[in-house]
Design a protein around this ligand. Structure first.
Ligand SMILES: Cc1cc2nc3c(=O)[nH]c(=O)nc-3n(C[C@H](O)[C@H](O)[C@H](O)COP(=O)(O)O)c2cc1C
Length: 188
């Protein structure tokens, strides 16, 4: 089984992000290859990163308690699904801050993306692919679920109609499983 964390990037009051996160969480849980957990950045309240040392240079000995808890949770994972909105044609600062806090816990693991926004959040994902794949040596899953104007797919009860996204979600999870198994074996 691959331990997969669904990372909910928006920490905003009234965020829409809970809906796509809940959808992909349940969809991933239904797969026999995965043990899945939601990791909500709101639960970690990481301060803006201002540590004196570079996380990549301290071999996991993070001095700050919030970072220790964050590192322990991310360290459990064999892979990730980042659920991210697009803010000003990029991804939210909450997610960058959480990425920057730690280092080795990310390395050599796959990351898939569910994005949303007026144009599907595709610019946020393109930026993220560069960030995760360079210094962090993570492996982006090629297939992305991009939800364009998801607010148009909410019914009167506020439930998100995910019909249009199921096929893309299946493909993304197939690729996450394949890459996740390959990288887990390689890490050993
Ligand atoms: C600071 C900010 C900047 C935004 N910039 C963009 C943008 O560049 N492109 C876009 O498609 N939507 C943009 N939006 C709209 C968001 O896609 C929309 O509000 C979405 O619901 C945000 O996700 P959240 O509710 O989970 O935080 C922006 C929203 C905020 C709060």
């Amino acid at each position: 089984m691959l331990n997969i964390k669904v990372v909910l990037a928006s920490v905003r009051e009234g965020r829409l992000g809970e809906k796509p996160a809940a959808w992909i969480l349940e969809k991933a849980k239904a797969r026999k290859e995965f043990a899945v957990e939601l990791v909500d950045l709101k639960d970690y309240s990481l301060p803006v990163f201002n540590e004196p040392q570079v996380p990549a240079m301290i071999s996991g000995n993070y001095p700050n308690e919030a970072a220790k808890q964050w590192a322990a949770k991310i360290g459990e994972a064999d892979g990730f699904i980042f659920v991210t909105p697009e803010y000003n044609h990029g991804y939210p600062s909450s997610l960058k801050n959480a990425i920057d806090y730690i280092y080795g816990e990310w390395v050599n693991k796959p990351v898939a993306f569910v994005s949303y926004g007026a144009d599907g959040g595709v610019r946020a994902v393109e930026q993220l692919k560069q960030v995760v794949n360079s210094n962090l040596q993570m492996h982006p899953v090629p297939a992305v679920v991009s939800m364009a104007r998801p607010w148009d797919y909410l019914n009167e009860q506020g439930v998100l109609d995910t019909t249009h996204f199921e096929k893309a979600g299946d493909t993304m999870l197939d690729q996450l499983a394949w890459l996740g198994e390959a990288l887990k074996a390689a890490r050993k």
